[in-house]
Design a protein around this ligand. Sequence first.
Ligand code: HEM
Ligand SMILES: *[C@@H]1O[C@H](CO)[C@@H](O)[C@H](O)[C@H]1NC(C)=O
Ligand SMILES: *[C@@H]1O[C@H](CO)[C@@H](O)[C@H](O)[C@H]1NC(C)=O
Length: 317
Amino acid sequence: MALFGLSFILLILVSSTLSSEAQLSSTYYDKTCPNALATIRTSIRTAVSRDPRMAASLIRLHFHDCFVQGCDASILLEDSSSITSEQNAGPNKNSVRGYSVIQDAKTQVEKVCPEVVSCADIVAVAARDASVAAAGPSWTVKLGRRDSTTASFNQAENDIPRFRDGLDVLISRFASKGLNAREMVALSGAHTIGQAQCFTFRERLYSNESDIDAGFASMRKGSCPKSGNDSVLAPLDLVTPTLFDNNYFKNLIQKKGLLESDQVLFSGGSTESIVKEYSESSSTFKDDFASAMIKMGDISPLTGSQGQIRKFCSVVN
Ligand code: HEM
Ligand SMILES: *[C@@H]1O[C@H](CO)[C@@H](O)[C@H](O)[C@H]1NC(C)=O
Ligand SMILES: *[C@@H]1O[C@H](CO)[C@@H](O)[C@H](O)[C@H]1NC(C)=O
């Protein structure tokens, strides 16, 4: 009896310690939804095979989710009486893609295990599956995030990095989310795939000519004039635009970064040596990218009884 009492007390101690700092875990759905990951993977593979750019868009979606209130699918909430959607904030509006791909995956997952798997986890898994689909690295996704019941338009405006940010600003923005400069550089390597609109790189083409390869600038000026054509797209990596490789970093060394926030990583500042290292070793880049994505996926998740498991990703229950 005494032994039973003692172990009971121990059990309470242990479980209260655990619940006070609930952790994400890669096995979170093993019992409650063993087919969750396979179901999401099928959905993402299909979406990327229909639209190869979607691989890039889904990786970016996870980033823009995690930098606002943490990885809680807040970015998926649409305008309503109680929500001012992050989707209309500067860095997201007419730019972030993939919302419906996440909802499609959610619909499939709801068929096999209703109200078990969060939209926030689906976003995190989709980013990993998207990387794999673009021949990028894979990693084990930690799970157990819950969905927010709020969004933050203001944080979306203020916390997501901007394409004209200088190096110090970029470093401090990532630092404020617990990511160091090396992780910031590795994560920026996501710009090895995907596209950007003319208005995001126009100033770079027409202003500081000492910081951009002349041939590259004149090529991009061909479809991105001083005014107009604002939404015409250019690949973030001019060499292998749909392949997740380390060419992005080689471009930076040749002054062929598309965004100012890309080139600033190799423009005489403290991150030059990291860019050089990644340009010389694709495997170092991919390993670091994978680790940094895991760390980014850990930004202030809702766990335990916080938040909810949304039924539809775009609205709170
Ligand atoms: C370092 C600060 C960053 C800035 C200033 C930045 C900015 C941008 C901008 C302006 C675009 C083009 C958007 C458009 O024209 O509509 C873009 C695209 C993209 N960004 Fe970033 N980004 C940053 C970091 C990241 C990170 C950390 C990731 C992911 C880990 C990421 C992933 C992407 C991807 C994949 C695309 C292409 C999306 C598509 O084609 O749909 N970016 N980014
Ligand atoms: C222009 O580019 C040069 C070369 O990288 C850099 O040293 C300088 O700070 C840049 N100037 C501005 C105004 O951005
Ligand atoms: C606008 O972009 C298209 C390509 O999408 C290009 O053919 C055209 O020349 C551009 N217009 C200007 C004025 O640069």
